[in-house]
Design a protein around this ligand. Structure first.
Ligand code: T3D
Length: 259
């Protein structure tokens, strides 16, 4: 536990809770460093098979802490983005385990980017996304310009990024920004149930699937087909594949280990 971030590991599922509710879980340097450290250490923890990212109180995350940004010793924005935000996004994308954003409330600025960088997003009915960057004279960062057009298409991405209008949970579902919307009191049970299902999956195959899906966004079909063949070679040589085949043959659930 660091001020502003709670890390809880329960069986195969780790839950990271941004925990500065009075400031809508806005991101300070301390929280950003703690979040990045937590993601990097979970990434190498083989006992953790799925991760949930959520926020305490009524917000998911309001992005950069704007009070801290006004402090005289605040790092220049370019440095802050490169050295503190980008490593978080890279850690989310490079970790093998699937990460679920459980968006409990408002996700604004880099808070929205954090959710976009997760593998799955489920939202409470109270959730909303706000591309708040432009309102304070900034450009979308922390991967927002990369993820958003891929999630909602270039036209809607331009509208959301340039106008900064809030997107409520119903519209987010309609746009494909989130895959499920549930009542607020059902969000964490739903996220946990999803995480438990993911935790039963084959870790190596899941990690390779993340890699393939990310790569597919920037390559042509031939490269994707060749890439799939290579990754299948790796997955096919795993003990988990042998276990999957044995479980099928023996008509029992598989017990995947990640080897
Ligand atoms: O390093 C860098 O600067 C570069 C990186 C930039 C990445 C970014 O994320 S830039 C975008 C930064 N975020 C924003 O601009 C969002 C600012 N917040 C809002 O627009 C609104 O608060 C929300 C739309 C998120 C929610 O609105 P609402 O009406 O539900 O709540 P509120 O009343 O505005 O906020 C409640 C409290 O949270 C309030 O504090 P108070 O008055 O009760 O003491 C407010 O000041 C505080 N709060 C909200 N957002 C932030 C924040 N405090 C610090 N930083 C925030 N981002």
């Amino acid at each position: 536990m660091t001020d502003g971030l709670r890390v809880e590991v329960d069986g195969p599922v780790a839950t990271l809770t941004l925990d500065r509710p009075a400031a809508l879980n806005a991101l300070t340097v301390q929280v950003k460093v703690a979040l990045c450290d937590a993601l990097e250490s979970l990434a190498v923890d083989r006992s953790v098979r799925a991760v949930i990212l959520t926020g305490a109180g009524r917000a998911f995350c309001a992005g950069q802490d704007l009070a801290e940004r006004e402090e005289p010793d605040a790092a220049p924005l370019e440095v802050e983005v490169r050295e503190r935000y980008n490593p978080i996004i890279r850690a989310l994308r490079s970790m093998g385990q699937p990460v679920i954003a459980a968006v409990n409330g408002v996700a604004a600025g880099a808070g929205a980017s954090l959710a976009f960088a997760c593998d799955l997003r489920i939202a409470a009915e109270e959730a909303r996304f706000v591309l708040a960057f432009g309102r304070i004279g900034l450009v979308p960062d922390s991967g927002a310009t990369w993820f958003l057009p891929r999630l909602v298409g270039p036209a809607k991405a331009a509208e959301l990024a340039l106008l900064g209008d809030p997107v409520d949970a119903t519209e987010a579902l309609h746009l494909g920004l989130v895959s499920r919307v549930v009542p607020g009191d059902q969000l964490m049970p739903e996220a946990r149930a999803l995480a438990d299902r993911l935790a039963e999956g084959a870790p190596l195959a899941q990690a390779l699937t993340k890699t393939a899906l990310d790569r597919a966004l920037t390559i042509d079909l031939d490269e994707a087909l060749e890439g799939e063949a290579k990754l299948q070679g790796i997955a096919g040589a795993s003990a988990d594949h042998a276990e999957g085949l044995a479980a099928f043959r023996e008509k029992r659930p598989p017990r995947f280990t990640g080897s």
